[in-house]
Design a binder for this molecule. Structure first.
Ligand code: HEC
Length: 197
């Protein structure tokens, strides 16, 4: 019933109709199949219910980090040309190197993703979809679990021997979990973020 009522609206808007292969207006594109939508839908939510099977620990992540991440992020997760990943109280700059510039948004000890992110699943998701830069999509789920564990361990959030998997990763209590409360704002009040349009 619902679908039948929607179809005339979709015709008016020139949207592809369910089941039709091409847009009626432009004759372009095609309706994605359920399988195509599944393969694009890789986002991992805070509940972690979309996480794939697999597991990894910081011990397994350490050699992976050295091999696949250190060239850009620095051997100690600090001082490389890519953003800082490990807070620098736990790390040292390579000999002769200057402290890296503060990138925008400014990433410093307190704001590295392994500390600042409200959910550990976000780190898994970011590494899984975006890293290594230029070779995205090459890491296995086990490797992503191990690298996430390595970064969380190095930032003092989990123990070295903790194994992360689809069940334990969403349970990690991030230190900044409650740091994202939006200021109360009502219509007519000044904007809460004055430097934003
Ligand atoms: C070729 C260089 C390169 C390699 C190799 C690389 N990265 Fe990155 N990484 C980057 C760059 C550049 C960014 C910033 C991207 C942006 O902000 O759009 C980044 C960002 C990140 C961030 C987000 C940092 C933040 O606070 O916003 C994480 C986490 C990360 N990388 C993890 C990894 C891991 C884990 C590996 C190894 C599997 C890896 N990266 C390998 C270049 C690299």
């Amino acid at each position: 019933m619902r679908l039948r009522r929607l179809v005339p609206l979709m015709v008016i808007l020139g949207l592809p109709q369910p089941g039709s292969a091409q847009s009626s207006t432009y004759g372009l594109g095609k309706t994605p199949t359920a399988e195509e939508i599944r393969s694009w839908d890789i986002a991992i939510s805070p509940t972690g219910k979309e996480l794939p099977p697999g597991s990894g620990s910081a011990k397994e992540g350490a050699p992976l980090y050295a091999q696949k991440c250190a060239a850009c992020h620095g051997a100690t997760g600090y001082g490389g040309r890519a953003p800082q990943l490990i807070r620098s109280e736990n790390t040292t700059l390579p000999p002769g190197a200057k402290a890296p510039p503060c990138l925008s948004p400014c990433i410093r000890n307190e704001t590295v993703m392994g500390i600042y992110s409200p959910y550990a699943t976000t780190i898994w998701d970011y590494i899984n979809r975006g890293m290594p830069f230029g070779k995205e999509g090459t890491l296995t789920p086990n490797e992503v679990y191990a690298l996430t564990a390595f970064l969380l361990y190095k930032n003092g959030v989990i123990a070295e021997e903790q194994v992360l998997d689809a069940q334990s990763l969403p349970q990690v209590k991030m230190p900044n979990r409650d740091g994202y409360v939006l200021p109360e704002w009502k219509h007519g009040m000044p904007r809460p973020f004055p430097n934003k349009p």
